[in-house]
Write a protein that binds this ligand. Structure first.
Ligand code: DC
Length: 219
């Protein structure tokens, strides 16, 4: 069983995907962490986010692993736990920029298919329902009003004790890049169920998705 959860930043995908996976006993794979790990490696090697040829070589030379654990997901880059580092701002911007390159995306999609094959997974990202698993059993597109998404992101950063003077601008810029890139732009799959979480609590979103899962399991 493959459940795809796509949507823009700040719509609540990560929290919902991990809670859903835990409830169902499925593996939660966060595809964005892979783009983030590649961006981090590019930063370390001083490779430009615009250099597609160098980035694809870098990806081929890297070991990027998503390791679901009871306490949450870990991301390993060449054996090193980079789970916290990849959440920082420079990597966040870099991930969005490396993800515009078709060759990089193709490499990621192949790895993501390998990781999901033959397992019960909740995979979240931007192109899971459109590209990675176009025949996923359930596709959810989780969206929310941009102002609400910005507020949620600010709140997350506040909890972590981080200052974020430009968070709204950065989120908007990233959104625009993710939605307008030529290769697999962020769009809902034609058969995706769109859930607008603007006025919904986390529990309400989860409840809706659980109902959809239950319907599918009955078929
Ligand atoms: O979900 P996230 O914020 O961790 O993703 C970071 C970036 O990676 C995001 O700006 C776009 C890119 N991404 C993508 O293009 N396709 C995916 N399936 C997941 C993420």
């Amino acid at each position: 069983m493959i459940i795809a959860i796509d949507g823009p930043a700040g719509a609540g995908k990560s929290t919902i995907a991990s809670r859903l996976a835990r409830k169902l006993g499925y593996v939660n794979l966060e595809s964005g962490a892979m783009y983030r790990a590649l961006a981090l490696k590019a930063i370390g090697k001083d490779i430009s986010f615009d250099d597609e040829a160098a980035l694809i070589q870098l990806a081929r030379d890297s070991r990027i692993r998503l390791e679901p654990t009871v306490g949450g997901n870990r991301t390993l880059l060449d054996g090193r736990d980079v789970s916290s580092r990849i959440r920082e701002r420079d990597v966040t911007e870099g991930a969005s920029r490396v993800s515009v390159h078709p060759a990089v995306r193709q490499w990621m999609v192949e790895r993501q298919r390998e990781m999901g094959a033959g397992r019960d997974v909740v995979m979240e990202g931007r192109d899971i329902g459109t590209k990675v698993f176009p025949s996923a059993d359930l596709k959810v597109f989780l969206d929310a009003d941009p102002v609400v998404r910005e507020k949620r992101r600010l709140q997350q950063l506040k909890v972590k004790g981080e200052m974020a003077p430009n968070v709204a601008d950065e989120l908007r810029e990233r959104d625009l890049r993710d939605r307008t890139r030529t290769a697999s732009p962020l769009v809902p799959a034609q058969d995706a169920i769109v859930i607008d979480s603007t006025d919904l609590s986390e529990d309400q979103v989860l409840e809706r998705i659980e109902k959809l899962v239950a319907q599918i399991m009955q078929i």
